[in-house]
Design a protein around this ligand. Structure first.
Ligand SMILES: *[C@@H]1O[C@H](CO)[C@@H](O)[C@H](O)[C@H]1NC(C)=O
Ligand SMILES: *[C@@H]1O[C@H](CO)[C@@H](O)[C@H](O)[C@H]1NC(C)=O
Ligand SMILES: *[C@@H]1O[C@H](CO)[C@@H](O)[C@H](O)[C@H]1NC(C)=O
Ligand SMILES: *[C@@H]1O[C@H](CO)[C@@H](O)[C@H](O)[C@H]1NC(C)=O
Ligand SMILES: *[C@@H]1O[C@H](CO)[C@@H](O)[C@H](O)[C@H]1NC(C)=O
Ligand SMILES: *[C@@H]1O[C@H](CO)[C@@H](O)[C@H](O)[C@H]1NC(C)=O
Ligand SMILES: *[C@@H]1O[C@H](CO)[C@@H](O)[C@H](O)[C@H]1NC(C)=O
Ligand SMILES: *[C@@H]1O[C@H](CO)[C@@H](O)[C@H](O)[C@H]1NC(C)=O
Ligand SMILES: *[C@@H]1O[C@H](CO)[C@@H](O)[C@H](O)[C@H]1NC(C)=O
Length: 619
C-alpha cells in the first residue's frame, strides 16, 4: 500500500539537503511534501521517522504545546487528512498566529503515551518556519455538511463484525495498518480527518463528563442506537463510532462538570486529535450547555404487587459499594420506595460489610443492610427483611476490604424463604428432587476457580405467603471489565478483560439452572444481577444457551435502544439483566429500566448503575 516513490523522495530530500547544499534545495522544493502525502491513506504515516521540508499550511489553531496546519493544496482523496499537528513543546509558535500561512520543516513521528492506544501523527522539531502570508480566513469544516459524516456502526475492519467479538486482540491497528475506509469504519473516519479544524453542529451530550471534564457528544448527523433521552445505546454490531469525546479547551477554559445525558450544547469548533486512547476534539473554547432534557428524573413505575403469585414485583439494583457510611443512604431508599414502588423482592449487588472498605476482618453486612432497611421504612410502608451470606474475608473481589456481596431484600408480608437452611460461604448449594435446594439460601460452587476474586451467586427458594406458590432465584455479580483495552485502542477487537472468566461463571450458573429445569421444566426461576456484560456477547450467549432461560428484555418487549442501566464512554449500555424461565416469560411480564442515575449529573448520581423493576406472574 505504501507509495514507494514518495518514500524515496522523502528520504532523498533530507539526505540531499544535508550533503549537497544549494543544488539540493531546488530539488527538495520541487517535491515538497503535501500534508496529504504525510498523512497517507493508512493509520501510520509513510513518512514516519523521516524528515520533511517546506511543508505548507494555514495555521488553524494553537495549543499549549503546538499548533495545527491545514494544507493549501489539498488532494481529492477522502482517505488522507489535509491537516497536521505540529508539536513544538511551546517553543516555536510564539510569533505565529491562526490565519498565517507558513512553510516549515521537521520530522514526522507517531506518538502515543501507552501501547494500548492508537498513534497521533505529528510533525516534531519544526524548523525553517517561514510566514508566507498573514490574516487568512480560518473556517472550520462542518462535519456532515462540508465533509462526510462519521459511520455509525463499526470501528475497524479488524473487529470481525463487532467491537465485542471474541477472541480479542487478534490484530493491532499499529501493525496491520489497514488502508483507511472512512465511510465504513469509525477509527478510519476520525483518522482521515485527524488534525482538521471542524465544527460539530448542534451537539448532544451522550455521556457525563469524566474527571477531566471530557464529554462524549454526537452532532447533527446520522446516528444509530439513539434512545429517547438522546444517548446512544450500544446494540449488537453497532458500537456508535459516530460519537466523539470533547477534551480540554485550547484556550485554557474548563468544560462544565454538570453536563447531563441528552443535554443540547452550543456548536463546537475544535481540532481532531488522538490522545488517552480515543479520537477526540480539542475545542477552541469550553462547551456550553443550551438546554437539558426534562423531567430530570424518570416517572416512577406504575405497577404494584397485590401480594399474590400473579403480580410479584422484582427489582435488581447494584447499589455501588454500599455500607453504613456511604453517602446517599436516603437516596437509595428513595429510589426503592418512590421509583421502584417498594417491590416484593430486590436483588442487590455491592452490599459491603459493616465497616465498608476498612479492612479489619469484619465480613458481616447486617448493619449495612439494617441501615438500608431502616431508611426505606422511614419513608415507605414496607419493613423489608434481608438475606445474604457473608463471604470469606477478602476473597470476593471489589473494593479492597469492602467484602461486597449479593443480598436480597424481601417483603416478609408477601414472601418467605421456603424451608430455610442457610449455607456458609464455602457450602455449595445443590439442586435436589422437587426441585429444592440443599442450602437455602446457598452459594453456587463457591470453591470453583471461576469465582476467584469474584462474587459467588446467591441462590434461594421462596414461597409466596398467601398461596405458597414457590419460585427460585439466583442473584449474580459477574467479574468486571476492569483493565479492558480502549474501544478506540490498538488491539482489535479490543481486549474485553474478564470475558473468559465471565464465560465460566455463566456456564456454572447456567448448569445450576438447567438442573432445576431438568427436575421441573415448569419451574419458576429468576436469575438477575450485574452480569458486567452485554446480552449478545459470549458469556451471556453461553448463559442463555445452557440455562434455557429467556432474557426478560425480550420477553417484555423492551425497545432495544431503551435497554441501558449504565453509561461508559459514548455508550448507554446494559450490564444488568433479568432472565426468567419460560413459564414466567410466557405470562406477559413487564420490565422497566429506571434511569434514576444515568440521567442525572455526576454529582447527583447515587450509584453508577440504574435499577430495573419487573412485574411477573409466577403462578
Ligand atoms: C524552501 O522553500 C524556500 C522558498 O522557495 C527556499 O528558499 C528554501 O531553500 C526551501 N528549503 C528547503 C529546505 O527546501
Ligand atoms: C517540554 O518543555 C518542558 C518545559 O519547558 C520540558 O520540561 C520538557 O522536557 C519538554 N519536553 C520535551 C519532550 O521536549
Ligand atoms: C495484544 O497483542 C499484542 C501482540 O501479542 C501484544 O503486544 C499486546 O500487548 C496486546 N494488547 C493488549 C491490550 O493486551
Ligand atoms: C442520513 O441522514 C439523512 C438526513 O437526515 C437521511 O436523508 C439519510 O437517509 C440518512 N442515511 C442513513 C444511512 O440513515
Ligand atoms: C464512618 O464515618 C465516621 C465519620 O466520618 C467515622 O468516624 C467512622 O470511623 C466511619 N466508620 C467506618 C466503619 O468506616
Ligand atoms: C447477622 O444476622 C444473622 C441473621 O440474623 C445472624 O445469624 C448473624 O449472627 C448476624 N451476624 C452478626 C455478626 O451479627
Ligand atoms: C471448599 O473448600 C473448603 C476448604 O478450603 C472445604 O472446607 C469445603 O468443604 C469446600 N466446599 C465444597 C462444596 O467442596
Ligand atoms: C404454606 O406452607 C406453610 C409451611 O409449610 C404452612 O404453614 C401454611 O399454612 C401454608 N399456607 C397456605 C396458604 O397454604
Ligand atoms: C461449560 O461447562 C461444561 C462442563 O464443565 C464444559 O464441558 C463446557 O465446555 C463449558 N462450556 C463453556 C462455553 O465454557
Amino acid at each position: 500500500m505504501k507509495p514507494a516513490p514518495v518514500m524515496t523522495s522523502a528520504l532523498a530530500g533530507s539526505l540531499i539537503t544535508s550533503s549537497f547544499g544549494a543544488f539540493a534545495l531546488l530539488a527538495t522544493n520541487a517535491c515538497a511534501e503535501t500534508i496529504a502525502d504525510i498523512n497517507g491513506n493508512e493509520f501510520v504515516s509513510p513518512y514516519r521517522n523521516n524528515k520533511v521540508s517546506n511543508v505548507t499550511g494555514l495555521i488553524t489553531a494553537k495549543g499549549p504545546e503546538g499548533f495545527w496546519i491545514r494544507s493549501t493544496s489539498p488532494d481529492q482523496n477522502e482517505q488522507t487528512s489535509e491537516s497536521l499537528y505540529v508539536y513544538d513543546n511551546g517553543t516555536a509558535s510564539g510569533d505565529l498566529a491562526s490565519g498565517d500561512i507558513i512553510t516549515l520543516s521537521g520530522r514526522i513521528t507517531e506518538y502515543r503515551s501507552s501501547p494500548t492506544y492508537l498513534f497521533l501523527t505529528e510533525l516534531t522539531g519544526p524548523s525553517n518556519i517561514r510566514v508566507v502570508s498573514e490574516g487568512n480566513e480560518v473556517r472550520p469544516v462542518v462535519i456532515g455538511q462540508d465533509i462526510n459524516r462519521p459511520p455509525t456502526e463499526q470501528y475497524s475492519a479488524l473487529d470481525d463484525g463487532d467491537v465485542l467479538a471474541t477472541p480479542n486482540n487478534v490484530s493491532q491497528v499499529s501493525t496491520a495498518n489497514p488502508e483507511l475506509q472512512p465511510s465504513e469504519f469509525g477509527l478510519d473516519y476520525w483518522e482521515s480527518i485527524l488534525g482538521e479544524l471542524v465544527t460539530v453542529p448542534n451537539p448532544v451530550a451522550v455521556s457525563k463528563p469524566n474527571q477531566y471534564g471530557d464529554t462524549w457528544v454526537v452532532g447533527d448527523w446520522n446516528k444509530t442506537g439513539q434512545n429517547a433521552r438522546g444517548g446512544l445505546t450500544l446494540t449488537p454490531q453497532s458500537g456508535n463510532p459516530e460519537a466523539i469525546i470533547i477534551g480540554s479547551p485550547l484556550d485554557d477554559t474548563s468544560n462544565p462538570e454538570d453536563t447531563r445525558l441528552g443535554d443540547s450544547l452550543e456548536d463546537i469548533a475544535g481540532v481532531v486529535y488522538q490522545a488517552f486512547g480515543t479520537y477526540r476534539i480539542l475545542p477552541l473554547t469550553a462547551l456550553s450547555i443550551v438546554s437539558s432534557q426534562t423531567p430530570v428524573l424518570p416517572e416512577p413505575v406504575t405497577y404494584r404487587s397485590d401480594g399474590t403469585c400473579k403480580s410479584l414485583t422484582v427489582a435488581d439494583y447494584n447499589i455501588e459499594n454500599f455500607s453504613p457510611n456511604s453517602t446517599g443512604v436516603d437516596g437509595r431508599a428513595e429510589h426503592i420506595v418512590t421509583y421502584l414502588n417498594s417491590p416484593d423482592l430486590i436483588f442487590l449487588q455491592e452490599v459491603q460489610d459493616d465497616d465498608g472498605p476498612t479492612d479489619e476482618g469484619i465480613v458481616s453486612a447486617n448493619k449495612s443492610l439494617h441501615v438500608l432497611v431502616d431508611a426505606i421504612s422511614g419513608i415507605g410502608s414496607v419493613q423489608y427483611a434481608y438475606v445474604d451470606i457473608d463471604p470469606v474475608n477478602n476473597e470476593d473481589g471489589g473494593q479492597p476490604g469492602g467484602n461486597i456481596r449479593n443480598a436480597y431484600l424481601y417483603n416478609p408480608e408477601v414472601l418467605a424463604l421456603a424451608n430455610p437452611n442457610p449455607g456458609g460461604p464455602l457450602d455449595a448449594t445443590d439442586v435436589l428432587e422437587g426441585p429444592s435446594l440443599t442450602y437455602n439460601p446457598g452459594r453456587i460452587a463457591p470453591n470453583s476457580s471461576a469465582w476467584e476474586d469474584s462474587r459467588k451467586p446467591l441462590a434461594a427458594q421462596w414461597r409466596i405467603v398467601s398461596d405458597n406458590s414457590s419460585f427460585f432465584t439466583v442473584n449474580v455479580h459477574f467479574t468486571s471489565k476492569g483493565g479492558s483495552s480502549p474501544i478506540e485502542g490498538d488491539a482489535r477487537p479490543p481486549v474485553n478483560l474478564g470475558v473468559d472468566q465471565q464465560t465460566q461463571q455463566a456456564n456454572i450458573t447456567a448448569a445450576f439452572v438447567a438442573d432445576m429445569l431438568a427436575e421441573d421444566p415448569d419451574a419458576a426461576i429468576i436469575v438477575a444481577g450485574d452480569f458486567n456484560e452485554f446480552a449478545w456477547v459470549e458469556p451471556l450467549k453461553v448463559f442463555v444457551a445452557e440455562s434455557g432461560l429467556v432474557d426478560l428484555d425480550e420477553a417484555a418487549g423492551v425497545d432495544p435502544v431503551e435497554r441501558y442501566t449504565y453509561l461508559y464512554d459514548m455508550n448507554s449500555q446494559e450490564l444488568d439483566h433479568i432472565f426468567v424461565s419460560k413459564r414466567i416469560a410466557e405470562q406477559e411480564p413487564k420490565l422497566e429500566h429506571m434511569h434514576v442515575n444515568t440521567w442525572v449529573s455526576y454529582d447527583d448520581q447515587i450509584s453508577d448503575h440504574d435499577p430495573s423493576v419487573a412485574q411477573l406472574n409466577i403462578c
